[in-house]
Design a protein around this ligand. Sequence first.
Ligand code: PHE
Length: 337
Amino acid sequence: MRVVRGRRSGVVIAVAVHSTQAGPAIGGCRIKPYPGWRDGVDDVVRLARAMTEKAALAGLRHGGGKAVIMDADAVLDERHRLLVLEDLAEVITSLDGAYLTGPDIGSAPADMEIIHRLTGGLAFCRPESSGGSGNSSIATAHGVLAALEAAVDHVFGTGALAGLRVGVIGYGSVGRLVADELAARGCAVTTGDLDESRRATAEAAGLTWSAEDLLGEEFDVLVPAAVGGLLSEERARTCRAGLIVGPANNQLTHDDVASTLHERGITWVPDVVASAGGIIHAVCREELGLTEEETTPRIRAIGTTVTEILTGARDSGTTPQAAARDLAARRRTAVPA
Ligand code: PHE
């Protein structure tokens, strides 16, 4: 773990490497404000740990890591953003290849291009025009849809999505792709986002916009696609969805929340499984040299993993979280693809 105050930017940057057992740690660079630097450090540690599990469940030869840049305002201005990225690149370089970064909340392929250049290649998802695999949001959304289809099949006994009432929390880069696609497939989709300026686009796509707390509303499927920490013990006790599956990282405030959801008959698909499309796509395209056609089935395989986890949980009477951990441990010791 490295926590530095960037000597060029003055911004606090934390990089956590949770595991390099299976290979170099992989995980995105998150740029957002935190109440204090301690909160950012706690977050990066949790996020890095989740990436280890995510990579193992995705069958990748990688461990987990994450970077957070604890400011949002400081990077609004292009010149200052460059200074922040230079500071981050210095930290990444000092880790000698143990950590490979990628885009996450607040960062984009253009940032990855800069980090890639400054670190001599330690960043995924540069723009396609620069030889990278580009924006990972589309692949992440495909992975979420594969997870959602498999989970709907498991919970409701039918693969048909038409007619389902779906709530999508967050209409950002991944949330909007998932929400629009579900609406196109005949689901009744309600969405909301702290950023009200997204409302017009959502409504134009045929979605219902809501400023209400979607966690308290009744849905067949709830898709958390905003920042994590949505499901606290208390919220899990009042949540009214049948199934929860979405790309937001670290959706539970605490591990015990998984049991609360389970006891209330709510099926929760661990975010480490549902959100893996982005890293699978980046690694397949940039590291394994696979084509788009060869990569797609690898992303779709998230559905098979979800089925395996939910069936395992049902058969053994455990939570999907416990079943996912179990599967991650088994996949880690198996020879990864
Ligand atoms: N935001 C991605 C994730 O959490 C991070 C990422 C994407 C990292 C692509 C590398 C490549 O999975």
